[in-house]
Design a protein around this ligand. Structure first.
Ligand SMILES: NC(=O)c1ccc[n+]([C@@H]2O[C@H](COP(=O)([O-])OP(=O)(O)OC[C@H]3O[C@@H](n4cnc5c(N)ncnc54)[C@H](OP(=O)(O)O)[C@@H]3O)[C@@H](O)[C@H]2O)c1
Length: 264
């Protein structure tokens, strides 16, 4: 096998949550280009249909199923649809997540718990639903969690999101131990990447300029930066890599979105 062949996903089936736009959509397109059939789950039908249609137009197979990752019955249905349609499941990307930064003292306990549930609870739920089926139908596979630099580096304003992504990164390492050697589990610690989720910050040109200035690589990330790493981590090229949190963040060693401290 040539070295580039190790990045191919021919014959494999990949499921990506939150793949209607942004990083998830870019991962789904990358996996399809590498030969996989892809299953696309997010809540907005028009967006998942558009991603699936784009993939089918390239000759690859795609299934779009409206899914709210907060609903465990819908995660069960998503895995079932993947198996019913494509007969196997090799790859799961827990990408749906997020929550806006904000002062800890203005974050309700409910908001905190919801951020935790959305970013790490849903990844746990889908992983435990999918893993046995991956082993049964494909002999094993790869799970990839989309985490954040905010999970590595504490900063004012990130108590809810940072704690949740920090937990997602640790869950990655825990499950990697428990699921080895059949299923590899890795995460990407994503840095500021140009998607709709970042819109609320970068629509202010002054904030964008400051973020870029604080980023060693002197630019924001593009979704393809993340998708390229995702492809590596789920492909045979990374068959000896598990329990790792790979940074794709322009070299950040601290967050590039300065927020005020609580007490001045
Ligand atoms: N962009 C960044 O700078 C950055 C940095 C670090 C980490 N990340 C992480 O990267 C991941 C993707 O973010 P993104 O920037 O690509 O965001 P995005 O462009 O806003 O896309 C988010 C995707 O997730 C879907 N989604 C949202 N809530 C969902 C739910 N309850 N169930 C199923 N799907 C849901 C959205 O579709 P619907 O709303 O239609 O469901 C959409 O397809 C997140 O986990 C985020 O925390 C992003």
């Amino acid at each position: 096998m040539g070295i580039l062949d190790m990045f191919r996903l021919d014959g494999k089936v990949a499921l990506v949550t939150g793949a209607g736009r942004g990083i998830g959509a870019a991962c789904a397109r990358a996996f399809a280009e590498a030969g996989a059939s892809v299953v696309i789950g997010a809540r907005t039908q028009a967006q998942i249909d558009a991603v699936a249609d784009g993939i089918r137009a390239t000759g690859a197979r795609a299934l779009a199923l409206p899914t709210d990752v907060m609903r465990e019955d819908q995660l069960e249905a998503l895995v079932k649809a993947a198996l019913d349609t494509f007969g196997r499941l090799d790859i799961v990307v827990n990408n749906a997540g997020g929550s806006p930064p904000g002062p800890a003292l203005k974050t309700s306990t409910t908001d905190f718990v919801n951020a935790f549930r959305f970013n790490v609870g849903t990844a746990f739920a889908l992983s435990r639903i999918a893993a046995p089926r991956m082993v049964e139908t494909a002999g094993g596979g790869a799970i990839l969690n989309i985490s954040s630099v905010a999970g590595n580096h504490p900063a004012p304003g990130f108590a809810a999101y940072g704690t949740a992504k920090g937990a997602l990164s640790l869950l990655t390492r825990e499950l990697a131990q428990e699921f080895a050697p059949k299923i590899r589990v890795n995460a990407i610690a994503v840095g500021s990447t140009r998607t709709e989720a970042l819109e609320f910050v970068v629509r202010n040109p002054e904030i964008e300029r400051r973020m870029i200035e604080l980023t060693p690589m002197a630019r924001l990330g593009e979704v393809e930066d993340i998708a390229a790493c995702a492809l590596y981590l789920v492909s045979p090229a990374a068959s000896y890599v598990t329990g790792d949190i790979v940074g794709v963040n322009g070299g950040l060693t601290t967050l590039n979105l300065p927020m005020p401290r609580a007490f001045g």
